[in-house]
Design a protein around this ligand. Structure first.
Ligand code: ATP
Length: 282
């Protein structure tokens, strides 16, 4: 018996970093959506928890977020069984696309079925928060406002009709090092989150796009100028909006028309070694 769970990448339509808590964690307000670029997580019954991947770069031990999710769920449910977990990796690693968190969330959903736990998504999200702040969002994997340390996930309904072009430059970014570099004593560029939410509610692409911004973009771009370069290219080739996702370095562009998105995608392929044309999920 094998279960297969799809683990989609996420992008941040808006990311507002509000303040640092005393324990060093951050207070977020961000609108996120899932896109149709996904890992596939294969799960089979086994006596112990084992993780393998088809990627040469990822740990296959307790450092893997999928392993940590399985352990956290087993502990919470008092389960002594294990599982053989194989991750078919398609989402670029350390890219700001939440791949590890999405794998962890897929493991929670899959083991919830395999072990017959019947846990709600809310309960799986609470367990997932102990693994990483993006896991609760990934448990639902639908357009949502995410607040707090990642634990408050409010679904927003489907995105306005649009296409997404992702460009991942060669650099990898360490999320902790970017988060440590946020200087809250200086004003950060901020999204108009209300505008993004209203645009989604009205399915108004232009309104949604007008409120978008990622507060972390200048932090990461000051270390990796190729982010600003990609952004300018996206806009030059006709994207409506271009923005870094998460802590980077992936930059994504949104286009309302498929023909425009295809043109932007083809133009970008000459300048960036990893480019994807995808749609928001749902
Ligand atoms: P973040 O959610 O912090 O924005 P990201 O999308 O930038 O993350 P990931 O691809 O999730 O980046 O990888 C972040 C780190 O997590 C990497 O250093 C990687 O080695 C580690 N990691 C552990 N397990 C996984 C996994 N299953 N998939 C990807 N990365 C993983």
């Amino acid at each position: 018996m094998e279960l297969v769970q799809k683990a989609p990448a996420k992008i941040n339509l808006s990311l507002d970093a509000l303040y640092r808590h005393q324990d060093g964690e951050h207070e977020w307000r961000m609108v996120m959506t899932a896109v149709d670029l996904a890992d596939y997580v294969h799960i089979q019954p086994a006596a112990t928890i084992q993780v393998t991947t088809d990627s040469g770069f990822l740990p296959e031990d307790p450092r893997n977020l999928a392993y940590q999710a399985a352990k956290a769920l087993a502990r919470a449910a008092g389960v002594t069984a294990g599982a053989r977990i194989h991750i078919e990796k398609h989402i670029p690693v350390a890219a700001g696309l939440g791949g590890g968190s999405s794998d962890a969330a897929a493991v929670l959903r899959g083991l919830n079925d395999l072990w017959g736990l019947g846990y709600s998504k809310d309960k799986l999200a609470a367990i997932g928060l102990t693994v990483d702040s993006d896991v609760p969002f990934c448990v639902y994997s639908q357009t949502a406002l995410v607040r707090g340390r990642g634990e408050v996930v409010q679904p927003l309904g489907p995105m306005p009709n649009c296409w997404v072009v992702l460009a991942k430059p060669r650099v990898s970014v360490s999320t902790p090092s970017i988060l440590n570099a946020i200087d809250y004593s200086q004003p950060l560029p901020r999204p108009d989150t209300g505008m993004v939410i209203e645009g989604i509610a009205r399915r108004d692409f232009a309104q949604m796009a007008s409120g978008m911004c990622n507060s972390l973009e200048q932090v990461t771009a000051s270390r990796h100028p190729e982010i600003t370069e990609l952004k300018h290219r996206f806009l030059k080739y006709g994207a409506t909006v271009a923005q870094m996702s998460g802590s980077g370095p992936t930059v994504f562009a949104l286009c309302e028309q498929q023909s425009r998105a295809a043109r932007v995608y083809n133009s970008m392929k000459g300048f960036c070694h990893e480019v994807y044309l995808v749609r928001p999920l749902g």
